[in-house]
Design a protein around this ligand. Structure first.
Ligand code: SF4
Length: 76
């Protein structure tokens, strides 16, 4: 899926993004905690039922509902 963000891209690495939040390097990114996921982040541009949606923090490419990065902010 060309429109999905590449975990290995520099912007993804810088923010610690992983499609599967359980794979986040918590030594480098201690802000991660279980339950914080793209789907409940204010930057997730999809609905709660969307498995993938665009994210402005990662170049408006698609991120996984189950992902996480250090720009995570709780959806209001
Ligand atoms: Fe996921 Fe939010 Fe990070 Fe975007 S900013 S990748 S939606 S945690």
């Amino acid at each position: 899926q060309a429109n999905r963000v590449d975990e290995a891209a520099p912007g993804s690495v810088a923010l610690g993004y992983k499609h599967d939040a359980s794979k986040v390097d918590t030594k480098k990114f201690p802000a991660y905690a279980a339950g914080k996921n793209c789907v409940n982040c204010m930057l997730y541009q999809g609905k709660a039922t969307d498995a993938w949606a665009n994210c402005a923090a990662l170049g408006n490419k698609q991120v996984s509902a189950k992902g996480w990065c250090m720009a995570w902010a709780k959806k209001a």
